[in-house]
Design a protein around this ligand. Structure first.
Ligand code: PLP
Length: 477
């Protein structure tokens, strides 16, 4: 493809992109295809000779589009959002065009320095402690793994990097039983072993019980283990529960344990003055992660990882072969030493475009609107005789279920709710997902898509109510 063709198709694609965003509501939210529907339409072998862009694009529309679930649909209420926004898309076009590898300062000084400043902006916006330094990672899973690895090197005085776990005490890691699965994955990758991850009990609001943590730490010390790291969550994935950071930090300080805060989703809400109380105790934490790629309108991937002591992070990861040496040395940040991959995309650009386009006040307004709509949805659930609210609405996620009568057996209630969720998602009009809280099958609705308006939430309400009535009527037949 020469530049003349590129220009022509690029113009056409921009129109396609704008049309798509304008008409996104006409697509089913959750893709309605069956397993293997897509792959059976793809040739088994790559083409030996060139194909034209119109042919390729026609196949994109015909084969690929029906197999897409639409995360940018305003009625996407599943998981947590993966929000994009127009300024973020524009930045991604430039990032792809520049195609730079931003591994060290010299390989694109502007990328390194913009990243440094965007992390400073985010630190101020969220109200993180002044001394914190940030770096963009691909995902929260990676950032949390980096926290565990740095904690490991700090505790072992860099012996594990040098000689492996040989001669080390047995390290133990702590999180709540509601913690995201990435913590267990990180524990396995970092070499601690799943057996040494302690999942601490939670209270009636699904928040870690500090007394239970203190006891687990004391028991482990008595048994000869070395408590290494605690992962506290602000906004768990199931129900957006918040672990109490202040008492957890006290336990960590008393035993010299690394404290990492995972706020992958809810971290964005910390830009609101009314949410700043969640940062109480943050001056005692060692690291923090949140994903602008979830709720902050910055498309995947963009995870903001903050540390109190960047030197410790860099010492954990740095490696300096001859071919990567530069004369700038310590005046600049070479981000390849701040995480796992060497190659890095220019991700700060989209943050810069997004924050400038919305302004901090614009971001606050959008986030606050989502939270208000969710609170009202929660009130509607509470007021509805057939529905039950199953967790606090701390942010913009509502956990609920249909409960026709107190006499219905637990398993039948679970099945009924599973059926309700399936019917809703099969409609293509809305997409919700489930979790289990206290063993109960729970439907989650997250109101946080970039383009979600009150009318979408109203439509969700009436769809859920109608579908529930239909199911209940069929029970009585
Ligand atoms: C989404 C989520 C993660 C994982 O985020 P990735 O960026 O996909 O790795 C981790 N923790 C919490 C609390 C989350 O909500």
């Amino acid at each position: 493809m020469d530049n003349k063709e590129f220009r022509k198709y690029a113009h056409e694609l921009v129109d396609w992109m704008a049309d798509f965003l304008e008409n996104v509501e006409s697509y089913p939210v959750r893709s309605q295809v069956e397993p293997k529907d897509i792959i059976k339409q793809l040739p088994e072998a790559p083409p030996a000779v060139s194909e034209s862009f119109p042919e390729i694009f026609a196949d994109f529309e015909r084969i690929i589009m029906p197999g897409m679930t639409h995360w940018q649909h305003p009625s996407f209420h599943a998981y947590f959002p993966g929000n994009a926004s127009p300024p973020s898309l524009l930045a991604e076009m430039l990032t792809a065009t520049l195609g730079a590898q931003c591994m060290i300062w010299q390989t694109s000084p502007a990328a390194a320095e913009l990243e440094e400043q965007m992390m400073n902006w985010l630190r101020e916006m969220l109200g993180l402690p002044a001394g914190f330094t940030g770096v963009i990672q691909d995902t929260a899973s990676t950032a949390t793994l980096c926290a565990m690895l740095t904690a490991r090197e700090k505790a072992s005085d860099f012996r594990v990097n040098q000689q492996g776990f040989y001669k080390e005490p047995t390290y133990t890691i702590y999180c709540s039983e509601q913690t995201h699965s990435s913590i267990e994955k990180g524990v396995k990758i970092a070499g601690f072993g799943k057996e040494h991850l302690r999942k601490i009990a939670t209270d009636e609001n699904f928040a870690l019980i500090p007394e239970a943590l203190a006891k687990a730490v004391a028991d482990d010390i008595a048994a000869g283990y070395h408590p290494l790291c605690v992962i506290a969550t602000i906004g768990t994935t199931s129900s957006t529960a918040c672990d109490p950071v202040v008492p957890i930090a006290e336990i960590c300080r008393a035993h010299n344990i690394w404290l990492h805060v995972d706020a992958a989703f809810a971290g964005t809400a910390l830009i609101l003055p009314e949410m700043k109380h969640y940062t109480e105790g943050f001056k005692y934490i060692d690291s923090f992660v949140f994903n602008p790629h979830k709720w902050m309108f910055t498309n995947f991937d963009c995870s903001a990882y903050f540390v109190k002591d960047p030197a410790m992070l860099v010492r954990t990861f740095e490696i300096l072969p001859e071919y990567l040496k530069t004369k700038e040395g310590s005046q600049v940040n070479d981000y390849r030493d701040w995480g796992i991959p060497l190659g890095r995309r220019f991700r700060a650009l989209k943050l810069w475009f997004v924050i400038r386009t919305y302004g901090v006040e614009g971001l606050q307004k959008a986030i606050r609107k989502h939270i208000t709509m969710a609170q009202e949805f929660g009130e509607w659930i509470t007021a509805s005789p057939n529905f039950e609210l199953l967790a606090l609405v701390n942010f913009n996620t509502v956990c609920f279920r249909l409960i026709p009568s107190d006499s219905m057996p637990a398993e039948a209630v679970d099945n009924l709710n599973e059926q309700l969720l399936e019917n809703l998602n099969n409609s293509g009009k809305i997409y919700l997902t489930q979790t289990r809280l206290n063993g109960i099958y729970t439907i989650r609705i997250v109101i946080g898509q970039t383009n979600v308006e009150q009318r979408h939430v109203d439509a969700a309400r009436s769809l859920i109510a109608t579908e529930a009535d239909r199911l209940l009527a069929s029970l009585n037949e």
